[in-house]
Design a protein around this ligand. Structure first.
Ligand code: SDX
Length: 379
């Protein structure tokens, strides 16, 4: 096989696997349905971006009001799902991403549209899941904390309600906006591994909940969405290393010698930086500076790690690196970082699943066989 073919088949790097009108990811821009990510992060709310991704156009005032009313109406989750949370959330081997995946699968049985791939039914299901996933995350954290369930608060917007349900404390406007922007940044990213997983499942004409459950499983991996948790754990490891007299430079020298993958760095598509990382880093650092030196410390360590990665490896941070530091400063438990990524990416996944169903062909690539030549069983 030629070197180019070898390259293309290793993780499908550089291979275009289909057409999509949802998102454009390239070195120069990140567009959701034609709107640039910095424009959305500055001027839109997550509810507006969710509508844009699911429906395809920016909502007018009436459409937004109706969409928000629908999200509010569907925030509650069935008691049976809360029971599943009580049985699974504190299991010693249960990671919140696995618990969330289980609950999403389980919720399909309570959704009247679950077997339908009709566009209207899928839009209803997508809206319901967008509303319900933050509640699953909130109730899950309440159970892990051994506290009473915090019910959704209808007076709070989507992002603020997510934080409130996790902690029982109403966030400040700044805290709510930071989460809101992080949800916008995480919402969509064309044929990333989890979205493509969802499209492959949808390509068999299987249902939306099943495709989303598969996407959640894909996103959990530390090479993908799980990197935001792993990035924060790496920063905590560096902090402990420094506390024992080490330096960031020493840590990084050892990491390079061990050929260690630094979590929150690198990207299959972006080789000159992730458009989203700088936006979240600026928001997170500004908030940390108000919280004081114990919070700013993480961003100072982060800046040193970023500089060494750039100077010595020419590798840029991706969105997961600033996410770790920012969510940590907001007091969010590390194991809930990737579930919050799901609370955002459900909108991108659903948009792609609906797009696949509406113009479908089974996704079935070829494999290049490298096994033994034909041989006889009773040789
Ligand atoms: C997300 O696809 C998307 O759009 C994903 C995402 C989205 O919004 O959906 O953007 C979200 O998943 C972001 C990525 C989060 N993952 C991580 O931060 C995990 C750490 N990153 C790496 O594992 C890696 O950068 C990947 C997986 C993200 C991309 O890997 P590639 O394209 O397969 O590149 P590679 O592993 O082949 O690396 C090329 C070179 C290698 O060096 P050599 O072996 O050729 O000498 O760069 C090095 C790698 O060792 N390298 C790294 C590195 N990333 C690449 N070295 C150290 N640390 C890293 N993080």
């Amino acid at each position: 096989m030629s070197a180019t073919a070898e390259l293309k088949s290793s993780g499908l790097e550089g291979v275009s696997a289909g057409k999509s009108a949802v998102c454009c990811v390239d070195q120069g821009t990140l567009l959701y349905r034609g709107y640039e990510i910095a424009d959305l992060a500055k001027n839109a709310t997550f509810e507006e971006v969710a509508y844009l991704l699911l429906v395809g156009e920016k909502p007018n005032a009436t459409q937004l009001a109706n969409f928000k009313k629908s999200l509010l109406a569907h925030r509650e989750i069935p008691d049976d799902v809360v029971d599943i949370l009580r049985q699974t959330a504190t299991q010693p081997n249960a990671h919140p991403m696995d618990v969330l995946r289980t609950c999403i699968s389980y919720m399909a049985h309570f959704d009247p549209d679950c077997q339908s791939i009709d566009p209207e039914a899928e839009l209803r299901k997508s809206t319901r899941l967008t509303a319900q996933i933050p509640t699953i995350i909130g109730h899950m954290q309440n159970i892990i904390d051994g506290r009473d369930i915090v019910k959704p608060d209808p007076s709070l917007d989507h992002a603020a309600n997510l934080l409130y349900m996790m902690t029982g404390r109403k966030p400040s406007a700044e805290e709510a906006r930071i989460i809101d922007v992080s949800l916008i940044l995480y919402a969509e990213h064309d044929f990333n591994a989890s979205t493509f997983t969802g499209r492959v499942i949808a390509g068999t004409l299987s249902d939306l909940h099943g495709a989303v459950a598969g996407a959640v499983a894909a996103l959990k991996g530390p090479l993908h969405g799980g990197a935001n948790e792993a990035a924060m754990e790496m920063l905590k490891e560096i902090d402990q290393f420094i506390a024992k007299g080490g330096t960031v430079d020493d840590f990084m020298t050892r990491a390079f010698a061990e050929k260690r993958k630094l979590m929150g760095f690198g990207h299959r598509v972006y080789k000159n930086g992730d458009h989203r990382a700088g936006i979240l880093n600026a928001l997170g650092r500004a908030y940390a500076e108000k919280k004081g030196p114990d919070a700013v410390k993480w961003f100072d360590i982060g800046d040193k790690v970023q500089k060494i990665m750039l100077d010595q490896k020419n590798i840029f941070p991706n969105v997961d690196f600033p996410c770790g530091m920012t969510y940590f400063t907001l007091g969010i438990p590390v194991p809930q970082y990737t579930p919050i990524f799901v609370a955002a990416r459900i909108t991108g996944w659903a948009a792609h699943i609906m797009e696949q169903h509406q113009n479908n062909r089974l996704i079935r690539p070829l494999a290049e066989y490298t096994g033994p030549a034909q041989r006889k069983w009773n040789a």
